[in-house]
Design a protein around this ligand. Structure first.
Ligand code: HEM
Length: 480
């Protein structure tokens, strides 16, 4: 008996020592060497070797309680809006309150591109998701106006409305639809038309599939072996390059040179010295717009539909607002400024983006040791900005999990407290485009159609973008 107890005790001690050694491994491996007098690192723990705290992170997100991960780490008296952890193979500082988030977002000198190299390789070296500093600024100056200027938005709006109406009519004929895949197709058709004047059809569908392979690889391990998502994405990228090269060549030869699309605007764009964009810069930017733009917008639309259906008062209020614009909408003369002036619509969109957090976090890398909120972020560490935690902070948004579009009547969050599109030098260039798409679609939907979710209790999947697990299956009707 005694022998058995001794064995058990020995086993427990071995397990304990192994665990303590495992915990010490990351601490020793990533021990920073700050200059004398510097503040220490933010509170937290690096977890196990290699895995860090990734399994706990995945358990929280996949178990339907994504906020548990950060809430558990905010109790310490040392907590000043940041904690340290180890996620996805990287020592990481998570920033979860507005002030330090603003400091990171507005400081692209000390905080650089945070995407993994394998991902930026897929996007291309001239994509502004991979670029930093002056070259990033120049690329934005030369490309972003093609997406944001009022003329471009005006042209896009008319296509958005036509494509949207075709889609909604088709849904009525089918009776039951799973909204997410349908909207993903619609938003891809819209972006392909806006960027390249491509008409919906088999060609654009193949284009969309290739882009979605890139998006899938962004969330997979970068293993380049036959059949892996990364390998398929590399192949898709080569095909996309060939396709884009031939479109650009045609444009240079004058085919469709008068198209009022983003590609033509980019090809004519000049910097202060009269220099234009290289073909590679144009191709990488078109892909960045496609990749960053269509999935997020599609998910946002699904969630606006979801919340409106759950909140009949908001539905009614939006309908009443949209009735003011009904006649103009029917005659096709609703303008970009009409959409921008729709108060309740914009409150519904802001509230949806705040609760849902389509980009729950974004990434940076500390380029040097940086002091922030009484602690030091070590050089080379990943910095994650947790927009989700910022937007669900009751100090800024009382009763944060309640969908309440009217909270925006008086709520003017300070910089850093509401950042669904990021902020600073890397802020989203597609925010107006996205909001216009959501508004145009919801305008038609709320006035002429209604929908009933088939699984109103469907659980939510949080990664990579939050969505109802069933893709939001609905019965869809045209109003009599
Ligand atoms: C509801 C829809 C959208 C959401 C929630 C969203 C969110 C964001 C966020 C949070 C960032 C900042 C990332 C960071 O700071 O690292 C970002 C960047 C970006 N977004 Fe969006 N976005 C949306 C739609 C779009 C659209 C429609 C486009 C293009 C057509 C687009 C293109 C981009 C690009 C290219 C960047 C990278 C900017 C840079 O690194 O300089 N996004 N987006």
């Amino acid at each position: 008996m005694m022998e058995l107890m001794m064995m058990l005790l020995g086993g427990l001690v071995t397990i304990f020592c192994a665990y303590a050694l495992a915990l010490a491994f990351n601490v020793v491996r990533y021990r920073p060497f700050f200059k004398p007098g510097a503040a220490g690192m933010p509170p937290g723990s690096l977890g196990l070797p290699l895995l860090g705290q990734t399994l706990e992170f995945l358990r929280c997100f996949n178990g339907g309680n994504p906020d548990l991960f950060w809430r558990k780490r905010t109790g310490s008296s040392h907590f000043k809006g940041l904690f340290r952890t180890h996620l996805f193979g990287q020592p990481t500082i998570c920033v979860i309150t507005p002030e330090p988030a603003k400091s990171v977002l507005m400081n692209d000198k000390q905080f650089g591109v945070g995407w993994p190299k394998s991902f930026t390789k897929l996007l291309g070296g001239k994509s502004f998701l991979s670029m930093a500093g002056e070259s990033h600024k120049r690329l934005r100056r030369l490309t972003v106006p093609s997406l944001t200027n009022s003329n471009s938005l005006k042209c896009m709006l008319s296509d958005m409305q036509t494509l949207t109406n075709d889609t909604l009519n088709n849904w009525v004929n089918r009776g039951e639809v799973v909204v997410l895949p349908e909207i993903l197709k619609l938003t891809f058709n819209i972006i392909a038309k806006a960027l390249l004047s491509c008409e919906p059809g088999a060609d654009v569908d193949i284009f969309g599939m290739e882009v979605s392979l890139l998006s899938l690889a962004a969330r997979s391990l970068a293993i380049n072996l036959p059949g892996t998502p990364y390998n398929r994405a590399l192949k898709a990228r080569r095909k996309l390059n060939l396709r884009l090269q031939s479109i650009i060549k045609e444009r240079r030869e004058g085919v469709h040179a008068s198209n009022l699309d983003v590609l033509n605007t980019m090809m004519q764009s000049k910097d202060e010295d009269g220099g234009g964009l290289e073909d590679e810069e144009i191709m990488d930017t078109i892909l960045a717009f496609m990749l960053a733009g269509h999935e997020t917008t599609a998910h946002a639309i699904v969630w606006v539909m979801y919340f409106l259906h759950k909140h009949p008062q908001a539905w009614q209020k939006l309908k009443e607002e949209q009735q003011i614009y009904e006649l103009k909408g029917r005659t096709g003369s609703l303008s970009v400024s009409d959409f921008k002036g729709m108060d309740f619509m914009s409150r519904v969109i802001d509230e949806t983006l705040r609760i849902v957090n389509l980009s729950p976090f974004t990434f940076r890398k500390a380029l040097e040791d940086v002091e922030l909120n009484e602690s030091t972020i070590p050089k080379g560490w990943s910095v994650q900005l947790w927009f989700r935690a910022i937007h669900l902070d009751p100090a800024t948004f009382p009763d944060p999990y309640t969908f309440n579009p009217d909270r925006w009547i008086d709520c003017k969050p300070k910089l850093g407290a509401y950042v669904p599109f990021g902020a600073g030098a890397r802020g989203c260039p597609g925010s107006d485009f996205a909001k216009l798409q959501i508004s145009a679609l919801m305008h038609h939907m709320i006035l002429s159609y209604r929908w009933e979710p088939i699984n109103p209790q469907a659980k939510i999947k949080y990664l990579p973008h939050p969505r109802p697990r069933d893709g939001y299956a609905v019965r869809f009707f045209k109003n009599e």
